[in-house]
Design a protein around this ligand. Structure first.
Ligand code: ADA
Length: 564
């Protein structure tokens, strides 16, 4: 099930069905004869193969196979909305691409053939290996799954097709929307293309346009344009058609500003409140059905949330479609988690980071819900050696998108070298949880004092004019665990903790946003690291992994819902 269909004319098939599957385990991919293998199982795509009981916890090579129909002589591409770890894509035995960008949406052209029935094979390796998969490591505090997590689309293409459509719509008063898109297989620049563009079913443009450097640009006026915001998520449908191809998109008119230490949405100072959320479920891993996404969003709406930090990777496009339509502000970020120094020094790491950044922006450019870009969660921003990568990622974002502010979640607010690159300062902090004084009993008073000292430091170091977000704060609670001591791990301690966080946020106009860590419990280390993660879950959710509410939910709802 998908939320919004982006093509009417183009022949697009979702390959969401049972694929042939085999788990080969600890083999070497190079030199292995994949033509000879026997597929002894079938598994649904999308899903994580190692979320199934038969393959739980297994690491190694697996193969997926499906037969697809591409009319002879036609151009076609495959769009993978998100895969796990390392993948090689093969059609009819020929290698088309190798991709090691977990959670990224990417496309692979299918070479033309005189045959229409084609064999598509995806070889997946979910082993942690810095040389092949530089972005995801074993020490990350969330489970690294393998397989094809998200939908796969097959696009049969006309001779000339549209790609990478980007629409800027900031001003509802004028209703002006600037459209830019790539024209593929267009040949020489300067070629003319006849276009018809409609906005909410009314034709607003019908003329020839010239392509320049493979792209077209035009502006339209959307009749009766209305502003988009989380409170009033008004969307308009833009439909671009050529003689042979088309692209539909939903847009929202909204402008984001970050002046004078506050976040403005359409000129109105806006406080962002919500949760960090992993795409996680004990049964489905990171491959959440749309029904679960809707449940998650409703649960957060019920608590008065308008903000979600998509921790810690590019988000599922269906989830963003839902956020556009239900009204949420999203902090979307690339894959990162406390990356260690050695990772920065790995030859693939900077390049893979930049590639994933560009793909994320391309995928999410038109979603009004996405209001800021992030990267390198808790990276080494206090280390001079990491500065070039922070700078390069920030530059890449600015080059690709001039409409959204940049941020990253820092864990070193007092020593950070990279805040100059961003528009919004985001800090992860866990006072009264990872506490300096381990002997203090219920040190909840530290929450206020730590937040104040971070704010004072930012002021002193010249960052006070930028909006400040607490991008993580929270405490663990085991679902159902109550105890007269109300010590850490009880639901009561977490509830009292989040009460303090909400009160501080409500009473402090200098905090522009809070995304509590985290929405629901999620599976994490299957290693010795789990000794600090009871059940091998990160238990800081306000809901447990099945979305059962803990005590903190009532407190958050009471404080954050204006109508309760
Ligand atoms: C970090 C990290 C989260 C989570 C959290 C925690 O801030 O960004 O992913 O691991 O700590 O629970 O300690």
């Amino acid at each position: 099930m998908h939320i919004f269909s982006r093509y009417e004319k183009r022949d697009v098939t979702f390959l969401d069905k049972l694929w042939d599957f085999v788990f080969l385990g600890e083999i070497e991919v190079e030199g292995y004869d994949f033509g000879e293998i026997e597929y002894d199982d079938r598994l649904p795509v999308p899903s994580a193969f190692d979320s199934y009981p038969s393959y739980a916890g297994k690491r190694g090579v697996s193969c997926y196979r499906i037969f697809i129909d591409v009319p002879a002589g036609k151009n076609a591409f495959l769009r993978f909305r998100g895969t796990g770890m390392w993948n090689r894509i093969m059609v009819d035995g020929a290698q088309l691409s190798e991709v090691a960008l977990p959670y990224s949406q990417f496309e692979v052209m299918v070479p033309k053939s005189s045959q229409s029935r084609r064999e598509l094979v995806v070889i997946n390796d979910n082993r942690y290996n810095r040389d092949s998969t530089s972005l995801q490591m074993n020490h990350f505090d969330f489970y690294g799954y393998g397989g094809i997590f998200r939908s796969v689309e097959l696009h049969i293409l006309p001779d000339v097709w549209l790609d990478d459509v980007r629409i800027i719509s900031a001003d509802a008063k004028s209703g002006k929307a600037d459209i830019s898109f790539a024209v593929n297989n267009d040949g020489a620049s300067g070629k003319e293309l006849f276009l018809e563009v409609s906005a909410d079913d009314k034709i607003v443009f019908s003329d020839t346009v010239k392509t320049q450097n493979g792209r077209c640009e035009l502006s339209i006026n959307v009749p009766e344009a209305r502003e988009w915001s989380a409170e009033e998520p008004n969307l308009h449908i833009i439909h671009i058609k050529t003689a042979e191809d088309d692209y539909r998109e939903r847009i929202g008119f909204r402008k984001i500003s970050t002046e004078n230490g506050v976040i403005g949405i359409n000129g109105k100072t806006t406080k962002l409140f919500g949760y960090c959320r992993h795409e996680a479920h004990p049964q489905f891993g990171p491959a959440l059905p749309v029904a679960q996404m809707v449940q998650d969003l409703q649960l957060m709406q019920d608590l008065g949330c308008n903000f979600i930090r998509g921790a810690h990777y590019p988000q599922d496009p269906d989830f963003l479609d839902l956020c556009d339509e239900m009204g949420f502000y999203i902090f979307e970020e690339t894959l990162g988690w406390g990356n260690k120094q050695e990772q920065y020094e790995h030859p693939n790491f900077p390049g893979d980071q930049l590639k994933q950044t560009e793909l994320m922006i391309k995928k999410s450019y038109n979603h009004p819900s996405v209001i800021m870009w992030g990267f390198l969660n808790e990276g080494r921003s206090k280390d001079e050696k990491a500065v070039p990568l922070y700078r390069d990622i920030a530059q890449t974002i600015r080059k690709n998108d001039k409409t959204r502010p940049i941020t990253y979640a820092s864990m070193f607010p007092f020593e950070d070298f990279c805040f100059d690159f961003v528009d919004i300062i985001s800090v992860n902090t866990y006072p009264a949880w990872y506490n300096e004084d381990q002997e203090a009993l219920r040190p909840l008073g530290d929450i206020d004092s730590r937040i104040s000292s971070i704010q004072e430091h930012l002021e002193k170091t010249g960052q006070g004019g930028k909006p400040f977000i607490i991008s993580e704060i929270g405490a663990g609670a085991i679902y159902g665990w109550r105890d007269p001591l109300n010590a850490p791990w009880t639901e009561t301690y977490q509830a009292e903790y989040l009460e303090k966080v909400c009160q501080r946020f409500i009473g402090d106009s200098k905090i522009s946003g809070v995304s509590i860590w985290q929405f629901c419990d999620c599976r994490t280390y299957a290693t010795g690291y789990a000794l600090v993660r009871p059940r091998a879950f990160n238990n800081k959710g306000s809901f447990d992994e099945y979305r059962r509410p803990k005590e903190s939910v009532n407190i958050v709802r009471k404080l954050m819902r204006c109508d309760s």
